[in-house]
Design a protein around this ligand. Structure first.
Ligand SMILES: Cc1cc2nc3c(=O)[nH]c(=O)nc-3n(C[C@H](O)[C@H](O)[C@H](O)COP(=O)(O)OP(=O)(O)OC[C@H]3O[C@@H](n4cnc5c(N)ncnc54)[C@H](O)[C@@H]3O)c2cc1C
Length: 430
């Protein structure tokens, strides 16, 4: 079904998006708020990593975002949660939750560059919380399961996640272990044909709504990089307690939970891949999570610049548009340049990654730069909105709050710097 969708989409939509691309070449940058132009926001013609199929996929997703998501975002932000089951069902039916997953489980069987195209387009959602939860479902909680899980496990957990029938979450961080993943304390102890799980997880995206968790737990007392395993943990089991929904400064429409496990019993067959390989699997999973995060911030950054241009062009102070001050338009041009540099680094990493190369260094550099740039750019743009920038009525203030997470989540800036130092061979040995 999904495969048929993909090939039909290739034939029909590719021709259409080619026309859109051509049309957009002649359009002014100000018309970018229309969906066609926004999709064509990337360079047209030959592209480093995107083909016409990538653009067609984005165009198709943009329609869903405009119709099924963006009209409701303000309400969900206010309510502090979005209806994940409803939104994921819509996205799952259209094939967007398993773009690079195997077709046997309902995925589209495309390479990771298509997931990146989707992540980029999801950046047009007018908040950070909803795309983040979609990213967790499609590219953070499921890559290890798709790669290393048994046939039975993939049928039970992966296929319904791709279809959007269930909500997935990723359980790595704990109250006492975030940056230092190796020091997690949650244990899964073997007892007969089961594991008995005790411990707790912190900061779990979609944790209040999730049906299952990709859980990282210690399964032995061995060395910390070889004593961990990933398990599929159904969230409705006795002993799984949602302790609280965490109140956050940003990403408000995404629910974030603290969760405890008290003698939770899961069958041994729920182990993903080999016992003791969980840390390695999770580090691999992090690579995709980080590149996804970079791709997902590009459109919000561009949109923040564009909306700031539009606002400062019409807002006057001292008898001239605010935009006409050189300090304003030069700053915006400089920030737009930085976004393009970030985009180029990401595309380079993706081009190498889909050919099977280790891109840990480039992915870490891109993640570091994305976090830093998001802070700098949203702060500068917000400044040019004056008092309006300090209200909750404009996109720029939401982006300022939401994008702050990028320097912390999925490995803080300092963790990225440590990885880069390792690759440069300048990190002092412990
Ligand atoms: C909204 C939100 C959603 C999240 N979603 C999930 C999720 O779905 N699943 C999940 O498992 N986790 C999730 N997280 C957790 C996130 O990945 C962690 O917050 C992150 O890894 C940092 O861990 P920590 O908060 O424990 O910070 P700590 O580890 O306590 O670090 C605090 C700070 O110390 C500094 N630091 C740390 N290490 C070093 C170092 N080596 N050198 C120098 N400075 C250092 C950094 O500045 C860092 O920000 C989420 C977090 C948030 C806020």
């Amino acid at each position: 079904m999904a495969l048929r969708w993909a090939s039909a989409l290739r034939r029909k939509e590719a021709a259409k998006s080619l026309l859109l691309l051509r049309g957009a070449q002649g359009s002014s940058p100000r018309s970018r708020s229309s969906s066609a132009a926004a999709v064509a926001g990337s360079p047209s013609g030959d592209h480093l990593i995107y083909t016409q199929e990538h653009f067609a996929l984005r165009e198709s997703l943009r329609k869903i975002i405009d119709k099924e998501i963006n009209p409701f975002v303000d309400k969900w932000e206010e309510e502090g949660q979005f209806p994940a089951h409803q939104v994921f069902k819509t996205l799952g039916k259209a094939g967007f939750l398993g773009v690079n997953k195997p077709t046997e489980y309902g995925g589209l069987g495309l390479d990771f560059s298509y997931s990146i195209a989707v992540a980029e387009e999801l950046g047009n959602i007018r908040c950070g919380g909803v795309p983040m939860a979609i990213g967790v479902q499609a590219d953070m909680a499921t890559p290890a399961l798709a790669r290393f899980g048994s046939e039975e496990l993939k049928r039970e957990f992966l296929a319904p996640s791709i279809a959007g029938d269930v909500v997935a979450c990723l359980g790595v961080s704990e109250p006492g272990a975030g940056s230092d993943v190796a020091s997690i304390k949650t244990k899964a102890v073997r007892k007969g044909d089961d594991y008995i799980i005790n411990g707790g997880k912190m900061w779990i995206t979609s944790g209040c709504q999730a049906d299952w968790m990709c859980l990282l737990a210690n399964t032995s007392d061995g060395p910390p990089h070889r004593n961990k395993s990933l398990l599929c943990l159904p969230m409705k089991l006795p002993g799984v307690h949602i302790a609280k929904k965490i109140d956050k400064m940003g990403m408000r429409s995404s629910d974030t939970a603290q969760i405890f496990f008290e003698d939770v019993r899961v069958p041994r067959k729920y182990l993903i891949g080999e016992e003791g390989m969980g840390f390695t699997y999770q580090m691999l999973q992090f690579q995709e999570e980080r590149m996804w995060g970079v791709a997902n911030i590009l459109m919000p950054l561009e949109n923040a610049i564009q909306e700031t241009v539009d606002y400062t062009r019409q807002r006057k102070a001292f008898n001239q548009p605010i935009l006409h001050n050189q300090t304003v338009h030069f700053r915006l041009a400089e920030l737009a340049t930085e976004v393009e540099l970030l985009r180029s680094l990401l595309y380079r990493a993706i081009a190498l990654y889909i050919c099977g190369n280790d891109v840990t260094k480039f992915a870490s550099m891109a993640k570091l730069k994305a976090g830093r740039l998001a802070r700098e750019l949203t702060d500068s743009c917000l400044q040019f909105w004056g008092g309006m920038g300090f209200t909750n009525e404009v996109l720029v203030s939401r982006l300022y709050r939401d994008s702050r997470l990028l320097s912390i989540g999925a490995g803080a800036d300092e963790v990225m710097l440590s990885i880069i130092c390792k690759y440069m061979d300048i990190l002092p040995k412990k």
